[in-house]
Design a protein around this ligand. Structure first.
Ligand SMILES: [Zn+2]
Length: 234
């Protein structure tokens, strides 16, 4: 590639420019940290299971930096059942790796408001999206027998988080570590428009805004019963 061509790329390809800016502007400020993480390896204490939604930014929410979050994201922040019923799963592999190899101390499952996955679970996916249709069956148990109104969607987003926590407890290595007191589970629902995470409180059986919560959430998780008992009364 000629110098002229390289120059042309940098002025017309914004993404290329951003890659160059990362190395020239950000990297020098944190170079030692990155190099330590290479020399010492990564030792993240948190597995973050989050929805793929572009508005959910785990590092911003948690104030984390390089080396601090082991992240797996998928449509809906869903956890496949441990029995492998649904075939090959990167999410399952990530959970096994985080718990058995990295020995993380906490697992966060983070859903969010206005989640497209939950809406599609109610309204249906395009016929061609066969993998998406199969995947969203992992949320099916949490759906309410109602039309997809905003209130039902919000409740469902939260119910789906709790369902995934229950499913996590069916992973033998997760249950073992939780029962040994070495691993805690955290169910979060991020309300994008308020900038606030609501935390599932297993004792109260409901989601509590972070501004009022006494902790960032811990398990194990009994089957979810909403505090007002209205979930199944539509
Ligand atoms: Zn989502």
């Amino acid at each position: 590639m000629t110098e002229v061509a390289k120059g042309a790329d940098a002025t017309t390809d914004d993404l290329l420019l951003r890659l160059r800016n990362f190395q020239s502007d950000y990297f020098p400020l944190h170079q030692q940290r990155f190099q330590d993480l290479v020399a010492d390896g990564q030792h993240p204490k948190t597995l973050f299971v989050g929805c793929s939604d572009s508005r959910l930014v785990p590092y911003l929410l948690t104030g984390a930096g390089p080396g601090e979050l082991f992240i797996v994201r998928n449509v809906g922040a869903l956890v496949p059942p441990y029995d492998g019923t649904y075939g090959l799963h990167g999410t399952t592999a990530a959970i096994e790796y985080a718990v058995l190899t990295l020995h993380v101390e906490r697992i966060i499952v983070c859903g969010h408001s206005h989640c497209g996955a939950i809406r599609v679970a109610y309204d249906g996916a395009p016929a061609e999206a066969v993998a998406l249709q199969a995947w969203l069956k992992l949320a099916e148990e949490a759906l309410l027998p109602v039309q997809s109104c905003p209130e039902a969607l919000r409740r469902t987003e939260q119910r789906v988080v709790v369902l995934q926590l229950e499913r996590l407890m069916a992973y033998p290595m997760v249950r073992r570590e939780v029962e040994a007191g070495r691993l805690t589970l955290h169910g979060w629902h991020y309300v994008i428009e308020h900038g606030e995470v609501h935390i599932f409180d297993v004792q109260q059986g409901r989601f509590v805004p972070a501004s009022e919560a006494s902790n960032s959430g811990t398990g194990p998780y009994a089957p979810y019963v909403e505090h007002d008992g209205q979930v199944f009364s539509y």
